[in-house]
Design a protein around this ligand. Sequence first.
Ligand code: C5P
Length: 235
Amino acid sequence: MGDAPLTAVIVPAAGRGERLGPGAPKALRTLAGQPILLHAVRNLATARDVDVIVVAVPEEAVEESRALLAGIEMPITIVSGGDTRQDSVARALLALPPEVDVVLVHDAARPLVPAEVVDRVAAAVRGGAEAVIPTLGVVDTIKEVDGEGVVRATLDRSRLHAVQTPQGFARDLLQRAHAASDGGDATDDAGMVERMGATVHVVPGHEEAFKITRPLDLVLAEAILVRRRASGGVG
Ligand code: C5P
């Protein structure tokens, strides 16, 4: 690989996917006939500025995942994930080659992320931002509700952003954030670096980078793949 700085993508894919209903771990469930993880990693591998990929999967799925991703032309390391997303990311960080100086973290559960979003995040970090997240404006009005089911506040929608992945970081910053919060269960890496006092920049996300969480999301994802295939794109 030489000494040139590299960009890595860490793919947390070790979740159980219980909100999708009973079955295999979410990343190994199929979408248009292929596992979600394969869609996600293949998409990431087409991005311009991605050199290596590290995937965290459930321990019992390591061998199966290695075989699944073997045909993708990119150095891919598979590690066993942890009990929380944060733990899975921390384990993947340990497997990064030394030449990596920019790290993106991308949920396997967002398999249809367009390569342009990956490149936008990577370019912003390469351009000097220490932390970058893709976001979309929210379409619903969001209210803060207390434990009694009573509305406490209506938030100003124009200032709210829904956050997607990949989130991009200077490697050193992300590693320090994980070292500082050993054993937590952050659902978002940017939140961890915010707590370190880092400045997190926003770039435009994409509707198709949505997270597959509930059964209806699978229906939407399959429809997008059908449309992409009909227009000659890869799925
Ligand atoms: O549960 P949620 O959808 O927020 O998970 C986001 C991502 O984190 C998914 O890609 C999931 O596979 C991953 N994850 C993980 N290890 C866990 C829990 C979640 O890698 N223990």
